[in-house]
Design a protein around this ligand. Structure first.
Ligand code: FMN
Length: 199
């Protein structure tokens, strides 16, 4: 699959079944994704993989935090078992001259690369945030340390065959682009005779 096709056909997949990549395949794909742009090559992130019952425990930790009743506890227990693999993306900023926002951008680039690589292998994924991303109980459950922050959970599995994966027509984003023009009073004068133009 070429890159444009991967970009045009990837979708956030809400319904995911087995199989999901095993640990070895996830590691293989992540090695590729880790080549995404990353100022300082800091790799300021880590992944925590949850499978089977561990995903139910994730929901239960939120239920306990919110003093949920029996029905809500059961709902939360099931909510986090929607995919065979839940990969928690932990932002782990480094003490480094590269500012934290750039490190966050690098983590996001890596995550998107991983989603495309999963898609190219016919796996589906969806980045989920919501309550779990801000819950201190979830952070504690996952064993986050120091300045680490949970950026969300990437649910991974095999999409419903019915989900289709047709090529999307991208939105017209030309309004998001302007061609910079030097304001009149700052416009450069004619190039001095004999100077080299262009590159
Ligand atoms: C940082 C981030 C957080 C997201 N959180 C959620 C979420 O909590 N629930 C959800 O259904 N989708 C979530 N998404 C997925 C977006 O809703 C989805 O990418 C968007 O609707 C576009 O759909 P597409 O990925 O199929 O193009 C998240 C995406 C990102 C990048």
């Amino acid at each position: 699959m070429d890159v444009m096709t991967a970009v045009l056909t990837r979708r956030s997949e809400h319904v995911l079944h087995a199989p999901a990549p095993d640990d070895a395949e996830f590691t293989y794909l992540l090695r590729g994704a880790s080549l995404a742009p990353d100022h300082g090559r800091l790799r300021p992130w880590r992944w925590i993989l949850l499978r089977s019952e561990e995903r139910a425990e994730l929901g239960l930790s939120i239920a306990a935090e919110t003093d949920a009743g029996a029905a809500e506890t059961e709902r939360l227990r099931n909510k986090y078992q929607r995919a065979p693999l839940s990969a928690a993306l932990v932002f782990a900023p480094r003490e480094h001259p590269v500012p934290e926002w750039e490190q966050l951008a690098a983590a996001s680039c890596m995550a998107h690369s991983l989603m495309l690589l999963l898609h190219a292998r016919d796996y589906g994924s969806i980045w989920r945030t919501g309550r779990l991303a801000t819950s201190s109980a979830v952070g504690e459950f996952l064993g986050l340390r120091g300045s680490e922050r949970l950026l969300g959970i990437l649910d991974i599995g095999t999409p419903d065959a019915a989900s289709g994966r047709s090529r999307r027509v991208p939105d017209d984003v030309s309004g998001n682009i302007t061609r910079f023009k030097v304001p009149g009073d700052r416009a450069p004068g004619p190039a001095p005779a004999g100077s080299q133009g262009g590159r």
